[in-house]
Design a protein around this ligand. Structure first.
Ligand code: F6P
Length: 323
């Protein structure tokens, strides 16, 4: 193999740049030519492909976002779109691909590589940490730290005003950010998509806290929770307790940006390095992941089959510690 290309796709995540740097530098070390594809699969369709050198990745390790830009491409979901993408790869003499992204990225890859044969290695990059076959996805640690910093600040106002806050964190299908930021901030309740939300229990808890004159309450809710996010939870609370001073805050995309934590930088470096080694060793359609701190390889098929399960024991622990 002489020439590989690399792209980032789906939602950006802190650590993607560190992974890009690791891929480019490792590939160049092994005398491979490396091409960057801008804007994920959409850029592949449009032929937005350029040669990368060692200086293309200088001074990017500490930067959030992705220098390759990213997109969620609707066109790539069509056979015509995928055909155009493959033609662009052929035109540029690309013999292998490294993909950095979330489950949507690997779902797209799985379809594409059934139609067109080309060696491909994935690196999990999403703040949601929800991909099966890896304990960790790049960006999660930084995103949780961002959420924790924000919720701590909100708690100051909650204390000062004796107010309740419902804080919505990201996670369309996954409660990892909610669970971990909720535990770290001592949230009174944590609502996640993986667990049926028992609103009666929440009401009982609020009533008992009122009796105990415990007036500060932080409820962390994942955007994908069945109740429908912070605004919906706030409305339900007000229905039952119209006298309570409650506010809803949506943290939103601040969770996606910012300088990656040391942990994200190190894991990104490991995964990028390993991705190049894997493609050179002739592996294909596997995602590089982490299990018990060690690097593992998981077939795309398995990675996309299901979401990584949330640790429900930790939910139980969070309830006990906040009581
Ligand atoms: O997958 C990462 C994520 O941030 C999810 O938590 C969130 O639901 C989604 O992306 C938001 O995507 P977008 O930025 O395209 O609205």
């Amino acid at each position: 193999m002489k020439r590989i290309a690399l792209l980032t796709s789906g939602g950006d995540a802190p650590g993607m740049n560190a992974a890009i740097r690791a891929v480019v530098r490792t590939a160049l070390y092994h005398n491979l030519e490396v091409y960057g594809i801008r804007r994920g699969y959409q850029g592949m369709i449009e032929g937005d492909i350029f040669r990368m050198e060692t200086t293309s990745v200088s001074n990017i390790m500490q930067r959030g976002g992705t220098i390759l830009k990213t997109a969620r491409s609707k066109e790539f979901m069509t056979p015509e779109g995928r055909k155009k993408a493959y033609q662009q790869l052929q035109k540029n003499g690309i013999e292998g691909l490294i993909l950095i992204g979330g489950d949507g990225t690997f779902k797209g890859a799985n379809v594409f590589f059934k139609e067109y044969s080309l060696p491909a290695i994935g690196i999990p990059g999403t703040i949601d940490n929800d991909i099966a076959g890896t304990d960790y996805t790049l960006g999660f640690d930084t995103a949780v730290n961002t959420a924790v910093e924000a919720i701590d600040k909100i708690r100051d106002t909650a204390e000062a005003h004796d107010r309740m806050f419902v804080v919505e964190v990201m996670g369309r299908d996954a409660g990892y950010i909610a669970l971990n930021s909720g535990i770290a901030c001592g949230a009174e309740d944590i609502l996640v998509p993986e667990e049926i939300t028992n609103f009666i229990n929440i009401m009982k808890r609020i009533s008992s806290d009122k009796r105990r004159k415990k007036l500060v309450n932080i409820i962390v809710v994942a955007e994908g929770d069945e109740l429908g996010g912070a605004a919906a939870v706030k409305a339900k609370i007000l229905e039952a307790f119209p006298e309570i001073d409650v506010r809803a805050t949506i943290l939103g995309h601040i969770q996606r940006g910012g300088s990656p934590s040391y942990f994200d930088r190190v894991q990104a470096s490991r995964m990028g390095y390993e991705a190049v080694n894997a493609i050179m060793a002739g592996e294909t359609q596997v995602m590089i992941g982490l299990k018990n701190q060690e690097i593992i390889h998981t077939p795309f098929e398995k990675a996309i089959k299901e979401h990584a399960p949330l640790n429900l024991k930790m939910m139980e622990m969070a309830r006990i510690l906040a009581s």
